[in-house]
Design a protein around this ligand. Structure first.
Ligand code: ADQ
Length: 483
């Protein structure tokens, strides 16, 4: 059996350059953690962009960077800053991301950025072809690399290729608006297995394949002349143990061991013991519905004024894609909304919204997850939403209420949370009231079911299920008889 090659836009390590020395530090993101069992389990290689453009890497340090990456089983694809602009900030995040999240009006269809997207996908494919042998297994990740499977297939017809999309696949009526829709579908069809977070995304994809390419599709198989392609859903889990262990350790901390943030949260909890903390954590992205959530919070306080001075909304927004104009506008909108709502409603002893615009260390995430009574995660569209799962995993005493958007992929597996439509302020206000007044026993009942499910279907199982399915598909294809 050959090695496994994982390909994603970014590598699972971050480079730190100081003076002449280079260090590659493993990153803690969901994908990196999720693939740990696949990546460190055996012979494997991870190919991706290092996060530094060619212009940012001093010539003399290039070999050291390669060495540092190789120590983590990684190999880089070189990109110029113009390529990163056109491919990442351009086509990936100004065309595909908004379109696939149903923000059709934000989607730009520019030939120049499509050309760069193709060129950079070819660079990734070439990097794979350089390293791969025919008995290797290739796992391509996400919307930035949708042409890679076919580009590899053309040169290596017999190699095993899987593709997983981390964002929604939109309905045919949305997808068909893209000028290069057939090319994108054909790019994906180079894979043997195509995975999505949910059954709905899978159905949308199959519908587009049938209607745009006229291919023979039956249940979740696509029939080509020489092979079949399996399409299936694999809802991504979290590293459950990491989050539950961190929460258990957190509960044992002495006063001196606590973080500054935790001490501050404790002080506020003590001063108003019946107060409730709402938590909202997302990357700052229009698909996450942060501005809507702020407006809904104001609506809630008007509908239920008895909660004024009793509730506090903690918003953690992680900076993201700040080179894209839509993200800059959104940042401005959120800054203004927070300022206006706090300005209008604050009293001498109460600021309704605490707003943090930054990335936080893992320790502080755990502070927030374990301290906040209610997690309020209401994206307008979200492929999965791992924050919802992480919140539940940290609730060691099983208390806490999750209010989750039905538009998040995770809603399919988290029926015991309070599911809401993020556009329905009336329903949201009532859901917040329900969460505040929910008896402890009911919280514990709901969360114990959720925890069991999340612990069982964790990220390791997700990765292993995908790889097993890919292996089975490949074995089936070697004995393939065309219909
Ligand atoms: P994202 O859109 O980034 O991922 P999400 O699934 O919520 O969204 O994952 C965010 C991750 O970042 C979480 O693991 C969280 O712990 C971490 N994080 C959040 N806030 C942080 C902060 N302030 N500091 C540090 N870390 C923070 C995309 C898709 C999702 C899909 C995932 C995985 O958009 O829908 O669930 O990929 O497939």
């Amino acid at each position: 059996m050959g090695k496994t090659i994982i390909i994603s836009n970014r590598l699972p390590v971050q480079l730190q350059i100081s003076n002449e020395s280079i260090t590659a530090i493993p990153s803690v993101g969901g994908l990196a953690t999720g693939m740990k069992s696949v990546h460190s389990g055996g012979d494997s290689l991870w190919i991706g962009w290092s996060g530094l453009t060619d212009e940012e890497i001093p010539q003399e340090l290039a070999p050291k960077i390669d060495e540092a990456l190789a120590e983590h089983g990684s190999s880089k694809v070189k990109l110029t800053s113009a390529e990163v602009d056109g491919f990442y900030y351009g086509f990936s995040n100004r065309t595909i991301w908004p379109l696939f999240h149903y923000f059709l009006e934000y989607s730009e269809f520019e030939l120049a950025s499509w050309d760069i997207y193709k060129k950079v996908n070819q660079k990734f494919a070439d990097a794979i072809l350089e390293k791969a042998t025919d008995d290797d297994t290739i796992w391509v990740h996400d919307y930035q690399l949708m042409l890679v499977p076919q580009m590899v297939r053309e040169k290596r017809p017999d190699i095993s290729i899987g593709f997983f999309l981390h964002i929604p696949f939109p309905s045919y009526e949305i997808f068909r608006t893209m000028p290069w829709r057939k090319e994108v579908l054909s790019g994906l069809l180079g894979a043997d297995l195509i995975g999505f977070h949910t059954y709905d995304y899978e159905r949308h994809f199959l519908s587009s394949v049938r209607r745009l390419l006229g291919l023979d599709v039956s249940f979740n198989d696509i029939y080509l002349d020489d092979r079949t392609i399996k399409v299936d859903s694999f809802p991504m889990g979290i590293d459950y143990k990491k989050f539950s262990d961190a929460a258990k350790e957190h509960a044992q901390r002495s006063e001196e061991q606590k973080s500054e943030l935790q001490k501050r949260l404790d002080t506020h909890k003590k001063s108003t013991p019946d107060a409730k903390f709402f938590l909202s954590i997302d990357r700052l992205d229009y698909s996450k519905g942060i501005a809507k959530r702020l407006n809904a919070f104001e609506y809630f306080l008007n509908k239920y004024p008895q909660y004024k001075e009793k509730v506090r909304l903690i918003i953690l927004a992680v900076p993201s894609r700040s080179n894209v104009p839509q993200y800059q506008l959104l940042k401005k909108e959120i800054d203004e909304l927070v300022g206006r709502i706090n300005g209008e409603l604050s009293t001498v002893s109460w600021t309704p919204i605490w707003y943090f615009y930054r990335s936080m260390p893992f320790e502080n995430l755990i502070d927030l997850y374990t301290t906040c009574d209610i997690a309020w995660l209401t994206p307008i569209r979200d492929g999965m939403n791992l924050v919802a799962k992480e919140y539940i995993a940290t609730r060691t005493d099983k208390t806490g209420v999750l209010i989750l958007s039905e538009m998040a992929g995770s809603a399919n597996e988290m029926n015991e949370s309070i599911l809401i439509n993020p556009n329905n302020f009336e329903q949201i206000a009532d859901a917040l009231n329900q969460a505040i007044t929910m008896p402890k026993a009911e919280q514990q009942n709901r969360n114990s079911i959720l925890q069991k499910r999340l612990e069982r279907y964790n990220v390791e199982k997700w990765a292993n299920d995908f790889m097993t399915s890919l292996r089975n598909q490949k074995e089936g294809n070697t004995t393939y008889v065309s219909r």
